[in-house]
Design a protein around this ligand. Sequence first.
Ligand code: CP
Length: 325
Amino acid sequence: MANKIVKNAAKPSLERLEVLKNRDILSASELNKEELMIILETAAYYERVLIEKRKVYDMDNKIMASIFFEPSTRTRLSFETAMHRLGGSVITVAESEQIQISSTSKGESIADSIKVIDGYADIIVVRSPVKGAADEAAKVAEKPVINAGDGFGQHPTQALLDMYTILKEKKNLEGLTIGLLGDLKYGRTVHSLVDFFSLFNCNLVFISPDELKMPKDITQNLQKKGIDVKESDNLQDIVDILDVLYVTRIQRERFEDRDEYERVKNAYVVDESIIDNLKKETIILHPLPRVNEIAVGVDKYSGAAYFRQAKNGVPTRMAILSLAT
Ligand code: CP
């Protein structure tokens, strides 16, 4: 049965559908509360369309360039699925250090590549291992650029689908107590998410090893906004106060020092002993992929929402694509 928020969803008014027209989405801090709510409202509408198996042509005759210089399963495939579901078309570059198919491997700069792709597509979705790469792309592109993850910088569209998931699961976003666990230094999703949580006066608890704490500038910025932020290295101490436990992977690919990675890689494992101490209604999220930070046995817990979360990527990205073009 469809979630109530989805069941009651209607297409937003024309005025609301215009608010993000031709806008880049590079970081969460660029979106205000109303703009965020428009995206979530539009995502609910598109989820309803998907459930009712209705055909829509909101991106008819439009092309999305899907430019990924880093591996991805969820972000790339859900953006591409979203574009197909909207009746549009997709052109793709998907490469990494190991697989090189575009002319960047011949030495072409990202800026030159993006200038060219800008002439082919109506919207550009870009992922890069380099922090700030999407901002650089946006400087040279006339078409909207969507940041699909830039190094250890930002991942705003993941954070949008996370907010959509929390709204559906908790029916409310205001004043929740949220634990962010794991690699808060390199985890770009949490860097975006905390900006959204600050719009709803959420209470935040950062749980990480000392080496992987949330960057100071982000924590201080939240505190300046009056957000209650606590830091801990012990999950068991705070697990019973959480409405949402957001787990992240230790980002092996971002470590310069492999020994440091080896020291922290098993810092936290959410297993049945943690579940026993959660409040009954607590939900567990994870942007995925997971390695071993959530035991597979936890998947059967009704609050384990991470696969539902990944599925929400399609309607959320349908909303982002249609609103931005
Ligand atoms: N959550 C996320 O960004 O997953 P992918 O790396 O598979 O896109």
